[in-house]
Design a protein around this ligand. Sequence first.
Ligand code: UDP
Ligand code: MG
Length: 322
Amino acid sequence: MSMSTPNDIIKRSGSMCLTIIVPCYNEQQVIFETHRRIAGVCEGVDDFDYQIIYVNDGSYDGTKTCLHDIQKKDTDHVKVINLSRNFGHQAAVSAGIDAATGDAVVIIDADLQDPPEVILEMLEKWRKGADVVYGVRAEREGETRFKLMTAQIFYRLINRMSDTEIPLDTGDFRLLDRKVVDALCRMPEQDRFIRGMVAWLGFNQVPVYYRRDARFAGETKYPFLKMFRFALDGIFSFSTFPLKLATMFGLTISAASALGIFYFLYLRLFTSNWVPGWTFMFVAILFTSGVQLIVLGIVGEYIGRIYGEVKRRPLYLVDEDE
Ligand code: UDP
Ligand code: MG
């Protein structure tokens, strides 16, 4: 007969396992330091066994060799998953999540922008019963003012448009309980916006505030365009508001044209003044065709996503793991 545990707080201590997932894309300059810091933190938690999963997301610098060395030095704790090419941060994290076996699972960037020491604080909250502990960036070092501003706008915008409340100023740095990880594994969607997916799941979610440091070394893999694309992914995957916007455009333009039609009928029927009006006509045609194209584009975004979903391709492919 299995022993049942009376409550979560007791369940969450003693001979448990912590998994840390680290997606890496061309991080050879930081990866050893990252490993030193993360392993240091994990060693400090003595009632926990731990597992660190590095997902090499198709790096073309020396990251693969570095990870191989790290793994060989600590085969008990380190697992490396080499993806077959660069699939992107969200897919790399998903690969880690699928492979994670821990009772608590932490997602952290490889560039030390998220201080590994915060994991201890996350664990404390988890022990007290939290199912998701998400990092909130109270301060951010070494980001351009432009990135901070666009991030601000983005998180506020997406929250207005979507029914899922995504906490402001969070990234993917977070701790997930086993049951949340299992739930996440049941979400096969292709356009992955993990912070939104976790918010959608529910459970007991609590924040932990931290200072986001500057990158330890190397450069960001998210230049503006990629960031913009990612932001659109967030919006289109979590909101159908753009479609409603299309309807609103359509209604407004139709109402305006109705007025126009009456006006022209009046000119045509009751005055002799109906040849002029070319300017207005051209403006109207250009304007409405512009709006139509925008609307078509919005609809296209969703169709493209539906197309991506129905292909049912795997989110990532593993080349080899060690
Ligand atoms: N990353 C990845 N695949 C990619 C791009 C980035 O696995 O295609 C990893 C990267 O190695 C880092 C994390 O995702 O660990 C966040 O990337 P980055 O620091 O470049 O983004 P930023 O913090 O500037 O938004
Ligand atoms: Mg970074």
